[in-house]
Ligand binder design. Structure first.
Ligand code: AVJ
Length: 320
């Protein structure tokens, strides 16, 4: 089975499980086809979506410190999980390039499209940069990364992508990273911070409707790829941030009762009026939670970086 086929099979099994159960769920990782990538780009450009600019500010402010932390006489491997469009990473790549730092950039993303675009845009700007993109989900690709053990690695995960995982899943993810780290390797990861709940609520319930379209893309995909007949306009985006747990939860809400047929899965799904499909969590953190996650995963925090508006933090980890 090819990577693509096994991803498709996983997707179909997930949809069957998520829509047969109560309450219904679908995972946000399936939002990202070409259209989903494009909608996420639009989200990152929204003034309400403070995360991107905040983390950009951190990377820009501390790029020289990061270079000094990462660089090594033997060179190093810069492995990025969930690279996306690489907007923030390019600030670091520029810094490394201008200082003649020896490194290989290995961007990894679930979207082949994102990897191709990123690799070609880097080739355009820095033709001699060593770039080796790989398509895959974090969990699949992590196993293959063990082969990068000839020289130190810096593994970076930006965007608070970890926030899409429950704490249990996050620990499992961090443990898998920890297992492929040598004692000198570093992990640099972004964690969106707890803050005024309204700021968070607004970031995920923008008034332009882009986030709604992003969330609805799940249903468009089911219509396209599994011959489903969702009347997508009848599902509304709903966002609920709980300041107690730090979890922002996204839903699709059926505004009318309906029956949906998913032909490819031979599945009929009924929705009551106002029934929900839970689609995403975007977890918010503080130092205590990150320290606990690190502890549970055999990692330790060695440095903390914060943006000028104190909205977001990046943590540097090593093996404990
Ligand atoms: C890409 C997971 C970081 O949760 O903030 C943006 C995705 N969802 N708006 C996030 C997202 C709705 C985003 N991450």
């Amino acid at each position: 089975m090819t990577k693509k086929e096994s991803f498709q099979l996983e997707f179909e099994q997930h949809v069957t499980e998520g829509l047969k159960t109560f309450p219904k769920f679908l995972s946000s990782k399936y939002i990202y086809d070409d259209r989903g990538d494009e909608l996420f780009q639009q989200i990152m450009a929204l003034p309400e979506y403070y995360l991107t600019n905040a983390e950009y500010n951190i990377v820009d402010q501390y790029k020289a410190d990061l270079r000094k932390l990462f660089e090594n006489d033997k060179g190093f491997d810069l492995i990025e999980l969930g690279a996306g469009d690489g907007k923030k990473t390019k600030v670091l790549l520029k810094e490394l390039h201008e200082n003649d730092t020896k490194f290989t950039y290995i961007p990894i993303d679930i979207s082949q499209h994102a990897i191709d675009d990123l690799a070609s845009s880097i080739k355009g700007t820095w033709p001699k940069m060593d770039v080796q993109g790989e398509q895959g989900t974090y969990f699949n690709v992590l196993k293959e990364l063990a082969k990068y053990n000839q020289r130190p690695k810096a593994i970076i995960v930006l965007g608070s992508n970890i926030g899409n995982l429950s704490h249990d899943e996050a620990i499992n993810f961090l443990k898998q990273i920890q297992e492929i780290m040598s004692p000198e390797d570093v992990l640099f990861m972004g964690f969106d911070q707890k803050k005024d709940p309204l700021t968070i609520q607004n970031a995920y319930a923008d008034t332009t409707g882009v986030t709604q379209e992003f969330n609805r893309n799940l249903l468009h995909r089911l219509n396209k790829e599994m011959q489903a007949d969702f009347n997508v306009d009848k599902f509304e985006h709903w966002e609920a941030y709980d300041p107690e747990t730090g979890t922002a939860k996204s839903y699709l809400l059926a505004t009318e009762a309906c029956d949906v047929h998913i032909k490819k899965l031979n599945l009929k799904v009924s929705f009551n009026k106002w029934e929900t499909i839970h689609t995403e969590i975007s977890q918010k953190y503080d130092d205590q939670i990150v320290e606990w996650l690190a502890n549970q995963s055999g990692l330790k925090i060695t440095q903390i970086f914060e943006d000028n508006k104190k909205l977001f933090k990046n943590y540097l980890f090593k093996r404990n």
